[in-house]
Design a protein around this ligand. Structure first.
Ligand SMILES: NC(=O)c1ccc[n+]([C@@H]2O[C@H](COP(=O)([O-])OP(=O)(O)OC[C@H]3O[C@@H](n4cnc5c(N)ncnc54)[C@H](OP(=O)(O)O)[C@@H]3O)[C@@H](O)[C@H]2O)c1
Length: 417
C-alpha cells in the first residue's frame, strides 16, 4: 500500500513499555499492532498534518467499536472532511477519542477512515478507558478534556444482561464515569467552575413496560428486564449530574442499517434476515412484538445534530432543555416478521422461508424449569411517539420500506450480493 504524502501520525503506548512511531499505512499499522498486541494499554494517535494550528472540537466516543459506534465514527470523520472546505468554519476538524473494549481488529480498521481528513483520531482500549473502573477513569480524565461525550459502551444484549444483572448494572450504569467527568468539570464546589460537557447517552425503548403503547417521554418508564433497568438507572444519574454535564438521553428503538466499516461483533437484524433467507433457511420470526425500528443513518443524523449545535457554541439551545429525554424511533410500528418480509420483498428473496410465529411465553415471566435456561422478559409492544425529537431537530425518521430500500441499494452499489 502506498503512503500518502503530507500525513503525520504517531502511536504511543500509554502507561507501559514503549513508544512507536509510524505513518498511516495499513501495512505499517498492522505490524505495529502485532508488535504491541501483548501490551495491555494502547493508545493510537492518527492525525493529518493540515490545520493543526486551529482549534479542534474534542469528542469522546465510548463503545466506538460497536455497531452504532462505527457508523458514528465514520460519519463524524466524513463531516470533518466536508467542513474543511467551508470558509470560516469554526473548528479545524474534530479531535476524536474512540474508546473501545476488547475487539482487537478495531484499531487497524480505523486507519483508512481518516485518510484525507483533518480529524485527529485516538483509539484507546479498555485498559486506558474502562467505564466501570473508577481508578482508570480518574487517570483518563486527568490528562484529557472533552467538549462532548457520545456514550455508547454497553452490554447491549438483553439476554446477557438477564444472565448477569450485576455486570449489566455496572457496565450499563457507569456511575464512576459521571463522577470522573463531573469532578473534571469542577464538581459542586463552585470555586473551580470550568465547563460543561455535552453528554449524549444511548438509552433504549426497553425502559417502557410494553403494555401501554404508544409511549410518550412523559409516560412512566417501568422496565421489565435487566437491560431496561440498567439503562433507566443511568438516565436517573445523568439527569442528576446537571448542570456540569449537559445530558441528551435518546431512548432508541431497535436500530437497522447497513454493515459497519470494519469488523464488528454483530451487525443489525436485517443482515441476519438477509443471510438466513439467501441461504434458504426457514426461520421463525415473531408476529406479536412491536417496535418503531429506527434507521442507523437517522440515529447518526440526530447525534450529529446535537454535536454540531454544541460545537457552534449554541449553548442556550441545550441549557434551556428542561427535560432532555427523547424517544428515538422510526415512522412505522412493526414486528420482526414484518421486517423479515420487507427484506425478502426488497431483495427479491423467497418469503416462504419466513415462518410467522407468536411469542407465547408470558413476557413478564423469567422463570424456567431449567435454571440454565434464561428467558428474557421482553416488552411486547414498545411503539413510541418520537415527535418531540423530530420537532427539535427537524429530522424526519424513515419508515421500514424506505430504510430497507436504502440499506440494500447501498449494498448493490458496493457490489455486495
Ligand atoms: N443496536 C440497537 O438496536 C440499539 C437499540 C437501542 C439502544 N442501543 C444502545 O446503543 C448503544 C450502542 O449499541 P450497539 O448496537 O452499537 O452496541 P454493541 O455493538 O454491542 O457495542 C457495544 C460497545 O461497548 C463496548 N463495551 C462493552 N463493555 C465495555 C466496557 N466495560 N468498557 C468499555 N467499552 C465496553 C464494546 O467494546 P468491544 O466490542 O470492543 O469489546 C462495544 O464497542 C448501546 O448503549 C446500546 O445499549 C442499541
Amino acid at each position: 500500500m502506498q503512503k500518502r504524502s503530507g500525513e503525520i501520525s504517531h502511536c504511543s503506548i500509554e502507561s507501559v513499555k514503549a513508544v512507536l512511531l509510524f505513518t498511516i499505512d495499513n501495512s505499517d499499522l498492522s505490524t505495529a499492532y502485532k508488535e504491541t498486541s501483548n501490551i495491555s494499554a494502547v493508545v493510537y494517535t492518527m492525525a493529518t498534518s493540515t490545520s493543526i494550528n486551529r482549534y479542534k472540537f474534542r469528542i469522546l466516543i465510548t463503545g466506538s467499536s460497536g455497531y452504532l459506534g462505527q457508523h458514528i465514527l465514520k460519519s463524524l470523520v466524513e463531516a470533518d472532511r466536508d467542513n474543511e472546505d467551508k470558509a470560516g468554519a469554526k473548528f479545524a476538524g474534530f479531535d476524536i477519542t474512540a474508546a473501545f473494549g476488547t475487539l482487537s481488529s478495531f484499531p487497524s480498521d480505523c486507519v483508512s477512515l481518516i485518510a484525507n481528513s483533518s480529524s485527529t483520531l485516538k483509539v484507546v482500549d479498555k485498559v486506558v478507558f474502562d467505564c466501570t473502573n473508577e481508578t482508570s477513569l480518574k487517570e483518563f480524565f486527568n490528562t484529557r478534556d472533552f467538549e462532548a461525550v457520545i456514550h455508547l459502551a454497553a452490554i447491549s444484549s438483553p439476554f446477557v444482561c438477564e444472565k448477569d444483572p450485576k455486570e449489566a448494572q455496572s457496565t450499563n450504569c457507569p456511575v464512576p464515569l459521571l463522577k470522573a467527568l463531573h469532578n473534571k468539570n469542577g464538581g459542586n464546589d463552585g470555586v473551580n467552575e470550568r465547563k460543561e460537557t455535552l453528554f449524549i447517552f444511548l438509552s433504549t425503548d426497553q425502559v417502557y413496560d410494553g403494555f401501554h403503547a404508544p409511549y410518550l417521554e412523559k409516560d412512566g418508564a417501568l422496565p421489565i428486564n435487566e437491560y431496561g433497568k440498567s439503562k433507566l438507572a443511568f438516565e436517573g444519574h445523568l439527569l442528576k449530574s446537571r448542570p456540569k454535564i449537559k445530558p441528551i438521553i435518546l431512548r432508541s428503538s431497535l436500530i437497522l442499517g447497513g454493515v459497519t466499516i470494519g469488523n464488528c461483533r454483530k451487525q443489525s437484524f436485517v443482515q441476519f434476515v438477509h443471510d438466513r433467507l439467501s441461504n434458504r433457511q426457514v426461520t421463525d420470526f415473531y408476529t406479536n412484538e412491536f417496535r418503531n425500528v429506527v434507521f442507523v443513518d437517522d440515529v447518526v443524523k440526530v447525534i450529529s445534530h446535537f454535536v454540531r449545535r454544541h460545537s457552534n457554541g449554541d449553548d442556550d439551545y441545550l441549557s434551556h432543555m428542561e427535560d432532555p429525554v427523547y424517544n428515538m424511533g422510526g415512522k412505522d410500528k412493526v414486528s420482526r416478521f414484518e421486517i423479515a418480509q420487507m427484506v425478502a420483498e426488497v431483495c427479491g428473496l423467497d418469503k416462504a422461508y419466513c415462518n410467522a410465529i407468536e411469542k407465547t411465553t408470558s413476557p413478564i415471566s423469567s422463570q424456567s424449569l431449567n435454571p440454565e435456561h434464561i428467558i428474557v422478559k421482553s416488552p411486547p409492544d414498545i411503539a413510541m411517539n418520537s415527535t418531540k425529537l423530530e420537532k427539535l431537530t427537524g429530522i424526519s425518521m424513515l419508515g421500514l420500506k424506505d430504510m430497507v430500500d436504502c440499506i440494500f441499494a447501498t449494498r448493490e452499489e458496493d457490489g455486495v450480493q
